[in-house]
Design a protein. Structure first.
Length: 441
């Protein structure tokens, strides 16, 4: 039923849409939404799933089929009967009163594209029809081209306020809109996430529901839970109540990653530091970790600690250090040279701070990569996107924790017997400009 549609297979003789409903109320509900898509409302018939099986056994299947299963005693048996009479490439959307996760999964296995729980809203039906049209457009590799490897990138801010979420949304937007890859953005800051907010979207309850009921996570759940920012970019985030602590063993996060990997070409995960420390297994399948930092004493201390943690818990992962919000005019608290020497790792990309672009992006609810197109301070974002795709496609030579190490810094540290963290911080403090005492008039 839900096999990839081949346009050469008699498409001229198939209706674009046919619906089979059980009652007049559902018919009147479906008609205006079908009309929005240019489909004939005369093709909406009474009789439900049973009539659909009888009709399609003697006539050509439509491209999109809507069936009402409200009167079906055995939905799975009737759906299997429908599958026998539907031609390949028919996208089937079912509706019914049964609210059962097992039924959802069984229907998906049987070839149903979507299942709407009655009563559903016009927006839910509209989204289901829109997704059906996307399926009809055909998978990108329908002509036999090999599927591209999935790109999974984790973004971590070394401290609050360094702009990690802005970098994450910019990367996701670039994958989706510039590279035209179906992309998911997963924001794991359950109480204070900004991924949806930055794009003027309501986050919904999907992520909270996933954590509370990991057993519900599957392709259908994911499709309902994610919020579309565009045709190519979907977001899963949350704004959980501050009076409601979210406790999880991390299994929900891992299941979400696996389901997203199956449905999208690129995934960007914005991981707060506390989530990372509690659930290090989140890094086991990532292609790269982008660590966003600022050039300050506190960030230097935390970067040294985090890089040491990566070495112990995720030694094979590629670490990319991004210095963000670097002042365009004037110096930083710590110079780039001193920062790299202290952490024994190079800064891979430096993104300058342009206040006008940042304010404009906030006002327009767009990403920095979008608003900052053509601005030289944001060019490193485009270069970072290219490197991340090269890593996933297997065309990048870098590998593992040490790929970004500064050779001289690492050698000097070893030669000196490995200076302690406190010694390094004391040296950095000595480099900071001292504040002169105020003169007494």
């Amino acid at each position: 039923m839900n096999a990839p549609w081949n346009p050469a297979r008699g498409s001229m003789h198939r209706e674009p849409f046919i619906g089979f409903v059980c009652d007049d109320a559902t018919a009147e509900f479906v008609k205006p939404v079908a009309a929005e898509f240019g489909w004939s409302i005369e093709k909406i018939n009474k009789g439900g799933l049973r009539n659909a099986v009888q009709t399609l056994s003697v006539s050509a299947s439509p491209h999109v089929l809507f069936v009402d299963m409200s009167e079906s005693v055995n939905p799975l048996q009737d759906i299997n009967a429908l599958a026998e009479v539907c031609e390949p490439g028919t996208v089937v959307i079912a509706a019914g009163h049964v609210n059962d996760v097992r039924l959802y999964r069984d229907l998906l296995t049987s070839g149903i594209q979507d299942y709407l729980l009655k009563p559903f809203t016009p927006d839910q039906l509209r989204d289901a029809f829109a997704h059906a049209q996307m399926v009809l457009a055909g998978p990108r590799n329908a002509d036999g081209a090999p599927a591209r490897p999935h790109s999974l990138t984790a973004v971590i801010g070394i401290r609050g306020g360094v702009g990690a979420s802005s970098v994450a949304t910019s990367l996701a937007w670039s994958f989706a809109e510039k590279k035209q890859r179906l992309t998911a953005l997963l924001d794991l800051d359950l109480h204070f996430g900004t991924a949806a907010l930055s794009m003027d979207l309501e986050p919904g309850r999907g992520l909270v529901d996933a954590i509370e009921n990991p057993g519900r996570i599957d392709g259908l759940f994911l499709e309902r839970a994610m919020v579309k920012a565009s045709d190519m970019l979907s977001i899963l985030s949350a704004e959980a109540s501050m009076n409601r602590p979210m406790l999880t063993d991390g299994s929900a996060f891992f299941q979400l990653q696996e389901e997203i990997r199956a449905a999208f070409e690129c995934t960007v995960v914005d991981i707060p530091r506390n989530i990372l420390i509690q659930h290090p297994h989140l890094l086991h399948v990532v292609n790269a970790v982008v660590v966003v930092t600022e050039l300050t004493l506190a960030a230097t201390r935390d970067m040294m600690r985090l890089l040491g943690w990566f070495k112990s818990n995720a030694p094979a992962v590629r670490i990319i250090v991004v210095a963000n919000k670097v002042p365009v005019v004037g110096g930083s608290e710590i110079s780039r040279k001193d920062f790299e020497s202290s952490i024994e790792h190079k800064i891979d990309y430096v993104i300058g701070f342009d206040q006008k672009v940042a304010v404009q992006a906030t006002k327009l609810c767009r990403t920095l990569a979008d608003v900052g197109k053509g601005n030289r301070h944001f060019n490193p974002l485009g270069e970072l996107v290219e490197e991340l795709l090269a890593l996933s496609d297997g065309t990048d030579d870098g590998a593992g924790y040490g790929a970004g190490k500064s050779g001289d810094g690492a050698k000097s540290a070893k030669a000196a017997g490995g200076p302690t963290l406190m010694n390094k911080l004391n040296e950095l403090k000595a480099m900071l400009p001292s504040k002169g005492k105020a003169k007494v008039g």
